[in-house]
Design a protein around this ligand. Structure first.
Ligand code: ADP
Length: 480
C-alpha cells in the first residue's frame, strides 16, 4: 500500500475494521468504506471507480467477494479479516490473510506527517438515480467534524461514557463515532453483525452502554424485543436517531423507558452531521407537548454548519417554522464536489444544495418536509409528500404508503397515494381519503389512492419513488 491508495473495506462494526480506519488513514492512504447492502453490480462499479488497490472483507462477505473479484481486475489483493485458522475456502486468486499480514510486522512504525488536506476517507452515496458518487474526506475535515460531534449539544461523549454505534462503520464513518469515541477516551462497543433486538439488548446490558446511535429501523427491532419481554434499560440514557425521519412514536416509547431520543440529520456529503435535536434550557420548563414539537424536528445546526432555506428563485425564506424551501448548507466538512469531478460544479454560490426541503423555526430548529425531487407541485404551490405519507400510515389499516405527484391537466400535479394495507386489514379508497379531512389544508388532500402488495425500496431501505413515478406516469386521476 502506498500513500494516496484507496483501500476498500466490506466489514461490520468490529475491531479489525477500526484498526483499518486508523492504520490505513494514518499511513496516508484512504479508507474507502463500502456499503455491502448495495447491489453487487453497484459495488463492482464503486470499487473500479475508486480504483481500490486492496479490499479487506469480513467472512460474511465471501460469496459477495467471489462475485466481485472477476469484475474488479484492478484490485491487487482481497484480504480476509481473520486469522490463518479461519481463512475461507474461497474461489479467489489474490486472497490474503489479515492476521498473517500483521504478524509479519514488529509493530515498530513511525507514523508519517502529511498535509492536513490529505485525503483520509472515501464514501459513495447510494443515489436513487444514476451511478453512486464518491465523497472524499480529508484529515482536516474529519478531525473538525469529530470535534464538533463531541460538543455537549451533539453526542456529548466524555471518557465516562460507553458508546455503541449501531449505525455501520460502512455508513458515513458511523456518523463520526469511530473517530469521536477514541478522541474523547470513551469506551467503544462494536456490535459486529448482530443487529437484531435481542443481540443489541444483551450487549447494551452486559457492556453498560450509555449512548447509542442508529437508523429508525434498528430501533423498531430493539423496542419490539424490549416490549415483548417487559424489559428496561439499566444504563442506556441517550439514543440518537437519524438517516431517515424518526417516527414521533419512537421518541415517546424511548422516553417511557427512560431514554432520551435525539433526532439528528445529515448526509454523506456532510461527513455526515448537520443538525442535532437537543432541547435548549428554555424548553425544559415547557409542557411535554411543546417539548415534543421540538424533539420531532431534525434539530439545530451544529457549530460549523450554516443552513438556509430558499425558494425556487434562490431567495432566502424566513425562519418562521412555516415557510419551506430548498435547504442549503455550508461548512468545513461539507463537500464542494464529488470524487473525480463527477456531476461537475455542484455548489450554488458557495452553498451545497442538500436536495432536502425544510422549514427553520425562530429557535433554529430545522424540519425536513420533503426531498426536493419528491415534493408535489400543484398549481405552482408545494405539497409535502412526507406529511401525506405520515397521515396515511397513521391510519390503523395502512402498513406503508408513498405520496407522489400524478399528472393533472389543470394543476400540473396532484397527490396520489400508493399504499400497502396491513395483513388482514380492510380500508377503502374513500375511507382513506376521508381520513385526511381536517388534518391538512383542503387542497393538500390527495386526489386518488391505489392499493398495492408492496412498495419498491433502495438497497438502503429508502422508498424508491423514481420507480413509482415511472409506474404511475400514465395514472388517470378521477379529477383529471
Ligand atoms: P445517509 O447515508 O446518512 O442515509 P445519505 O447521504 O444516503 O445519508 O442520505 C441523506 C439523506 O437522508 C438526507 O438528505 C435526507 O433526505 C435523509 N435523512 C437523513 N437523516 C434524516 C432525518 N433525520 N430525517 C429525515 N430525513 C433524513
Amino acid at each position: 500500500m502506498r500513500a494516496g491508495d484507496r483501500i476498500g473495506t466490506l466489514a461490520w462494526n468490529g475491531y479489525r475494521h477500526l484498526e483499518l480506519y486508523y492504520g490505513v488513514s494514518g499511513m496516508g492512504a484512504v479508507t474507502h468504506t463500502i456499503n455491502p447492502r448495495l447491489f453487487a453490480d453497484q459495488i463492482a462499479y464503486i470499487v473500479n471507480h475508486a480504483e481500490d488497490a486492496y479490499v479487506f472483507f469480513d467472512l460474511t462477505f465471501v460469496p459477495l467477494v467471489e462475485k466481485l473479484a472477476p469484475q474488479c481486475p484492478g484490485v491487487r489483493g482481497w484480504v480476509a479479516m481473520t486469522d490463518r485458522a479461519h481463512v475461507p475456502q474461497a474461489r479467489l486468486a489474490k486472497l490474503l490473510c489479515y492476521e498473517d499480514l500483521l504478524g509479519a510486522e514488529n509493530g515498530d512504525y513511525a507514523w508519517p506527517q502529511f498535509d492536513e488536506w490529505a485525503a483520509s476517507g472515501l464514501c459513495y452515496t447510494s443515489g436513487t438515480t444514476g451511478n453512486p458518487k464518491g465523497t472524499l474526506y480529508a484529515h482536516r475535515t474529519t478531525v473538525l467534524h469529530a470535534y464538533a460531534a463531541s460538543l455537549p449539544d451533539v453526542f456529548n461523549v466524555s471518557a465516562r461514557e460507553v458508546i455503541l454505534p449501531v449505525v455501520p462503520m460502512f455508513h458515513v464513518n458511523s456518523w463520526g463515532v469511530a473517530y469521536l469515541a477514541p478522541m474523547n477516551g470513551a469506551k467503544l462497543v462494536l456490535p459486529g453483525a448482530g443487529l437484531d433486538g435481542k443481540s443489541l439488548y444483551e450487549l447494551f446490558e452486559t457492556e453498560g452502554v450509555t449512548v447509542t446511535a442508529g437508523v429508525p429501523t434498528v430501533w423498531l427491532g430493539l423496542l419490539a424485543y424490549v416490549a415483548e419481554h417487559g424489559l428496561r434499560f439499566s444504563s442506556l440514557r441517550r439514543a440518537v436517531v437519524g438517516g431517515s425521519a424518526c417516527p414521533p412514536a419512537m421518541i415517546t416509547r424511548f422516553a417511557e423507558l427512560g431514554v432520551e431520543c435525539i433526532h439528528a440529520w445529515g448526509m454523506t456529503e456532510m461527513s455526515p452531521l448537520g443538525s442535532f435535536g437537543m432541547l435548549k434550557g428554555k424548553h425544559l420548563g415547557m409542557p411535554p407537548e411543546q417539548q415534543f414539537e421540538k424533539r420531532v424536528k431534525q434539530g439545530r445546526a451544529i457549530f460549523g454548519v450554516e443552513m438556509k432555506i430558499v425558494d425556487g428563485a434562490g431567495r432566502e425564506l424566513p425562519r418562521d417554522g412555516k415557510a419551506f424551501g430548498d435547504l442549503l448548507v455550508r461548512g468545513p466538512w461539507v463537500t464542494c464536489g464529488y470524487f473525480k469531478g463527477e456531476g461537475g460544479d455542484i455548489l450554488r454560490d458557495g452553498w451545497f444544495p442538500t436536495g432536502d426541503v425544510a422549514t427553520i423555526d425562530p429557535d433554529g430548529y430545522m424540519q425536513i418536509t420533503d426531498r426536493s425531487k419528491d415534493v408535489i407541485k400543484s398549481g405552482g404551490e408545494w405539497i409535502s409528500s412526507i406529511e401525506l405519507e405520515n397521515i396515511a400510515v397513521a391510519h390503523p389499516a395502512i402498513a406503508e404508503a408513498a405520496a407522489i405527484g400524478a399528472a393533472h391537466p389543470k394543476w400540473d400535479e396532484r397527490p396520489l397515494i400508493v399504499a400497502v394495507r396491513k395483513a388482514g386489514a380492510e380500508v377503502t379508497r374513500e375511507e382513506l381519503l376521508t381520513f385526511y379531512e381536517g388534518k391538512v389544508a383542503k387542497w393538500w388532500i390527495p386526489d386518488d389512492v391505489v392499493f398495492v402488495e408492496a412498495l419498491p425500496h433502495t438497497a438502503t431501505g429508502k422508498l424508491l419513488k423514481t420507480q413509482l413515478r415511472q409506474e404511475f406516469a400514465k395514472h388517470k386521476l378521477p379529477t383529471a
